[in-house]
Design a protein around this ligand. Sequence first.
Ligand SMILES: Cc1cc2nc3c(=O)[nH]c(=O)nc-3n(C[C@H](O)[C@H](O)[C@H](O)COP(=O)(O)OP(=O)(O)OC[C@H]3O[C@@H](n4cnc5c(N)ncnc54)[C@H](O)[C@@H]3O)c2cc1C
Length: 426
Amino acid sequence: MDRFAETEGKRAHDPLYSPRRAARATATGFPVGEHGEVLAGPVIVGAGPAGLAVAACLTMWGIPYVLLERHGGIASLWRHRTYRRLRLHLPKRYCELPLMPFPPSYPAYPTREQFLAYLEDYIATFGIRPFFCQAVVSAEHDGDFWCVRAVDGGSGGVTRVYRSKWLVVATGENAEPVVPDIDGINAFRGLVMHSSDYCSGEGYRGKKVLVVGCGNSGMEVSLDLSNHNVHTSMVVRDSVHVLPREIMGFSTFGLSMWLLMCLSVQTVDQVLLLLTQLVLGDTSRLGIPRPSIGPMEQKKVSGKTPVLDVGTIAKIKSGDIKVFPAIQSFQQHGVQFIDGKTESFDVVILATGYKSNVPYWLKEKDFFSEKNGFPRNSNEWKGKNGLYAAGFSRRGLFGVSMDATNIADDIVRCWNDFGYERHKRK
Ligand SMILES: Cc1cc2nc3c(=O)[nH]c(=O)nc-3n(C[C@H](O)[C@H](O)[C@H](O)COP(=O)(O)OP(=O)(O)OC[C@H]3O[C@@H](n4cnc5c(N)ncnc54)[C@H](O)[C@@H]3O)c2cc1C
């Protein structure tokens, strides 16, 4: 009778509420009501590669979960915010998600479309059914459970509440584009866009385009523009390590991993820089100075990943892509650089990176830094009170897989302990 009254009470507040649906939520990722039913398994926020990998590992252990995604489909970064020419930067064996290799027919560096097809296969294989259009707006621990609030874009903005012993944060290192505030940018009459909105150079033929930033995105967008006969320029503000994607037919990443097994970081850096000099030449003569420490040491110290060249350096050498120093200010029809030169442009593409959005919604300060939304210790994947970080180790998809496996194993251990406790109490 009590149970009946409780159900009726909940229905009065939420006509969609049904106890059956609430129970199904724990097993399938279907929506729960607005009242915060406690879920049996973890809540995973973000259905990118990291969230999907955690879900797949939990599925293999028979642990139910709820996977919340703000967009209407999986892997929104790859689907909506990457350019058409994109291929995985690293060889496919370093980008596989747990439990499912890439198809043997895939090339060494799968295309964006192939990666997306692989992810669709992945969710079909493991029966992963994320709950879409659920933008998580807050999550906090109430002493017993994580209380996760999500705005349900599918039903007119209703806020749903999910409560669980475990919270897996898988919203990504690249959740929001970073748009710098450069002097005079609002006065510029041309088009300004972030690289996350760039698809292809097709629409820019004959135009003068400035790409701001020389990370992997900036370098590849510049190459794509130049390949489409666009007058392309690129801003290189800071020093950066550019390495060839392959050295003598071996992937530079694979080679570094192999060398690091038997040599010190400093020695590996010396070898990489020597080989890079042979393949690419001196990049500082092209306006791309190298940092004072080597690429692997820089990665270790600051988490900054070296850029892997797929042809941009050759285009710079041939003069097809011009390199400029940092921007001093924007003008109505162009840009003034810090060396005093000015140049006119029709379009500016800000390849200025991304940031985590964790500080905007997670009410927790011990494990995640409020400053950058990453775990304070870059190799940490486990916080207190059942909090986990999947995909924040700055090691790309390779790190995503390792985090997912560790997190699922840890939840399985707790799950089994609870089962044992429950069994003892009976
Ligand atoms: C252009 C580009 C190229 C890259 N190429 C490579 C590569 O070749 N190899 C490699 O290893 N890595 C690459 N990366 C890094 C890439 O970020 C990771 O490989 C991978 O996408 C990380 O997966 P993730 O699930 O952690 O994050 P994401 O892919 O960013 O997925 C996070 C998901 O969380 C969702 N989300 C965010 N906030 C919320 C919220 N509040 N509520 C609900 N859902 C939310 C997002 O919509 C998204 O679907 C690249 C990145 C970029 C930008």
